[in-house]
Design a protein around this ligand. Structure first.
Ligand SMILES: [Zn+2]
Length: 457
């Protein structure tokens, strides 16, 4: 039995005898977990009882117990432009060029609805912590990250919200329209404001802020370098898209005379503070350099298949020392925000590259402790004493699971898509497959109307 001393006056909940539990290093959790003060205080082996009496018990005999899933790359606002016909069959660059003018019309109320939809979808799929990469700040959208903070708090999840940026418009050889780029001094001042107002440090942090110039083809080298300096000064993380497509690789060669990882190094980003969205097109030497630096990668399998961007070399990245987690990516290129299905996609895409021996547990590891490492969180992603009580519990009572044997394998192989219970910091945020207090039908009506309005100008 492993223990972490509980506070004597705090109430204790025993999540008893799960059907199966996903733990690191084969730690036996057959007896369940004790949760107190928002953290896991005990992990119990088969037949073991809590060391001190618990005031409440939850019988998990029909549940598969996972650490809360962690999403490391998203663009919440894109839930407003899902499955849009004109780009349904397009690769990245034309996909972006068609969508930018639509996204440029985004208003705060749209973002609020889009963020709530994305987060609710994630939560229902077993996700407890989500990263978002927001880089659109047209006039009137100066408070975009503030809007997101409120939505995260409302749903009781955790988030790493990245203050994104675009500075290289079409007039200067970039991809985005000029109206969507901002001056560097405005971006840097707002970044500092957001860190000061919202960034929490240490175990149990609910909101964290990171700095995230969008991609090599939409920002200048100056804003990359200045963001790195600012991140170092405030000890926050750095995020960007990198090595997503071969078009991007060509752009870097032509614009900067560099390959993508050389570009990353030239702006002071090749370090353990950085995580990269996608990270597909790396040479052997680049993988070794990323591993030596401890730079992390958010693997986004569905988006990579949807846009036919390529297959990330995930096993080689991990073997080189690169922390790898999963991201659903924005909802204009997935177009779902479902973390447990994303783990399935990762498993299958990586099997296509490396063979059928890639284990189910490895994919679950990317979605949990791998993603925690990507976001720099040492308090999340594992069922172990002292970790935050962020949990996802799945039932196997749907038709799709009937006849299945190994409960952990069944989650991915039979395509689980909805958690029955989700806990964040000791609080149940999903009960019986529903988010208490959230009017889903009302949300869909308002969000769909906002989506139609956005497209029609
Ligand atoms: Zn992205």
């Amino acid at each position: 039995m492993s223990t972490h001393p509980p506070h004597p006056t705090e109430s204790r909940l025993w999540i008893r005898n799960p059907l199966a539990a996903f733990t690191a290093n084969a730690l036996d959790a057959s007896g369940g977990l004790v949760v107190s003060g928002g953290v896991i205080t005990e992990v119990l082996a088969a037949g073991q009882l809590p060391s001190v009496p618990c005031q409440a018990t939850f019988d998990a005999g029909s549940h598969v117990l996972l650490p809360g899933l962690i999403n490391t790359h998203h663009h919440f606002y894109q839930t407003l432009t899902r499955a849009w016909g004109p780009v349904a069959n397009a690769p990245l660059f034309p996909w972006l060029q068609n969508l930018y003018p639509v996204w440029a019309r985004l208003k705060p109320r749209d973002l609020e609805l889009a963020t709530t939809v994305a987060l609710a979808e994630l939560l229902l799929s077993g996700c407890t912590t989500a990263a978002d990469h927001h880089y659109l700040f047209p006039d009137g959208m100066e408070d975009a990250i503030d809007v997101e903070v409120r939505a995260v708090r409302e749903l009781g999840m955790r988030a790493t919200l990245t203050r994104g940026s675009m500075t290289l418009g079409e007039d200067d050889g970039g991809l985005p329209p000029q109206s969507t780029v901002q001056p560097p001094d405005v971006i840097l001042a707002d970044s500092e404001r957001l860190i000061r107002e919202y960034h929490e440090r240490g175990d149990g942090a609910v909101i964290q802020i990171a700095l995230a110039p969008c991609s090599p083809f939409s920002v200048t080298k100056e804003i990359m370098a200045e963001s790195a300096v600012l991140a170092e000064r405030h000890d926050v993380r750095l995020h960007t898209h990198l090595a997503e497509t071969l078009d991007e690789e060509d752009f870097c060669r032509e614009m900067f005379g560099l390959r993508t990882v050389e570009y990353l190094e030239s702006v002071g980003w090749l370090g353990s503070r950085t995580w990269l969205g996608h990270g597909i097109h790396f040479s052997d030497a680049e993988i070794a350099a990323l591993g030596a630096a401890g730079t992390a990668v958010a693997h986004c399998p569905t988006s990579n298949m949807r846009l036919a961007s390529g297959i990330a070399r995930v096993l080689e990245l991990e073997d080189a020392g690169v922390p790898v987690g999963l991201g659903v990516d924005g909802s204009a290129s997935n177009d779902a925000s479902n973390m447990i299905l994303e783990a399935r996609q990762a498993l299958y895409l990586q099997r296509l590259r490396y063979g059928a021996q890639v284990p189910v547990e490895r994919a679950l590891g990317w979605a949990t402790r791998g993603s925690a490492a990507v976001l720099g969180r040492t308090d999340l992603g594992q069922l172990a004493p002292g970790m935050q009580a962020d949990l996802a519990l799945f039932k196997l009572d749907d038709l799709r699971f009937s006849g299945s044997h190994d409960p952990l394998a069944a989650l991915l192989l039979c395509a689980a898509d909805r958690a029955d219970r989700v806990m964040v910091g000791g609080q149940w945020r999903v009960v019986d497959g529903q988010i208490p207090g959230l009017d889903v039908a009302g949300l869909i009506a308002k969000h769909s109307a906002a989506a139609r309005k956005l497209l029609n100008g």
